[in-house]
Design a protein around this ligand. Structure first.
Ligand code: ZN
Length: 318
């Protein structure tokens, strides 16, 4: 019998799930529309049906565990707590509820930690004991591995680099405070920077032709790749702020590598090169040339399922 893990990525709109083997091969996958289930109990029943359906089609495989990435998931308690972008409110004993449907070990953590776990087991961080993954999507998430272990902290919610303050009294953040890293260094932050530059600066830019509400970080990256000066300035500003966050993180945990992942990271070298430049300028001398900054090597469309399954595979490899 071949051992297999179910990896589940619970999202506000869609939930992705798949069967992943020890080499990171996805043998089956399914999508569930999260918003179709106003009651979490119905959602978990639907998850179980999907997992069993996938297993029925793979009779030579034995399920050894379920790994789940979800917003505000607590690794210690297996709960989802006060997740703003999920319809289920309050404190949900999610892992226990899943275990009642399918009796195997269930591990869960938040999306960014799952991405870091995926990088450690299947990606560029294989063999590393100290690294950080920054997920640059709507917000900025971080998964921090120190001495070979994911950093969960006292509460289980450690690793909120996106809400470290980079600019005192800076931009308003969704957390209710000001100047957090994610208000600058995220797909949303980049768009905010472009809108600001468009209103403050003259000069031609292809971005002026786009309705402000429809502007995306992808459009900005494409404009920058076409040498649009305003787009380039916005990328440079974003990279500068991201570098400030990274050098603080370097001082905190001295990682071997920092991996950038998610929407904004798709800008590739347009982002990576200025980030490396500013990090080199700002880094504490003792850490100079001791680390790498790379793009994640995990394909984005598989990353969530792989990362969630890696929670279980990591326990097996200990
Ligand atoms: Zn914040």
């Amino acid at each position: 019998m071949n051992e297999i893990v179910a990896g589940i990525d619970v999202g506000g709109t869609n939930t992705l799930l798949g069967l992943v083997d020890e080499q990171g091969k996805i043998h089956a996958d399914e999508t569930i529309i999260t918003t179709d289930y106003p009651e979490v109990t119905d959602f978990i029943k639907a998850l179980a049906v999907s997992i069993n359906k996938m297993l029925d089609a793979h009779e030579n495989m034995t399920l050894i565990g379920i790994g789940i990435g979800a917003p505000n998931a607590n690794f210690y308690k297996g709960t989802i707590e006060l997740a703003a972008n999920l319809t289920w409110k309050g404190l949900i004993p999610f892992a226990d509820m899943v275990r009642k449907e399918i009796d195997v070990p269930v591990l869960m953590t938040n999306d960014a930690n799952a991405a870091a776990m995926g990088e450690m087991i299947f990606g560029g961080a294989r063999g590393m004991k100290n690294f950080i993954v920054l997920t640059l999507g709507t917000g900025l998430g971080s998964g921090i591995v120190i001495n070979g272990q994911m950093l969960y902290g006292h509460t289980g919610f450690a690793g909120e680099l996106g809400h470290s303050v980079i600019v005192p009294e800076g931009r308003d953040c969704g957390c209710g405070r000001k100047g957090c890293l994610e208000t600058y260094a995220s797909a949303t932050g980049l768009v905010r920077t472009v809108l600001y530059l468009l209103s403050e600066k003259r000069g031609n830019s292809i971005l002026r032709d786009i309705v402000p509400g429809e502007l995306t970080s992808k459009m900005v990256a494409e404009a920058a790749a076409n040498n649009d000066l305003l787009a380039l300035e916005a990328m440079d500003y974003t990279a500068d702020k991201l570098a400030s966050g990274i050098v603080n993180a370097l001082a905190f945990s001295s990682p071997e590598a920092v991996f950038l992942f998610g929407g904004l990271a798709n800008a590739g070298d347009m982002l990576l090169e200025p980030v490396r430049k500013y990090v080199d300028m700002k880094v504490l001398p003792v850490f100079k040339n001791t680390f790498r900054i790379e793009l994640s090597s995990i394909p984005e469309n598989n990353a969530a399922i792989l990362g969630a399954s890696a929670l279980v595979w990591n326990e097996r490899s200990l």
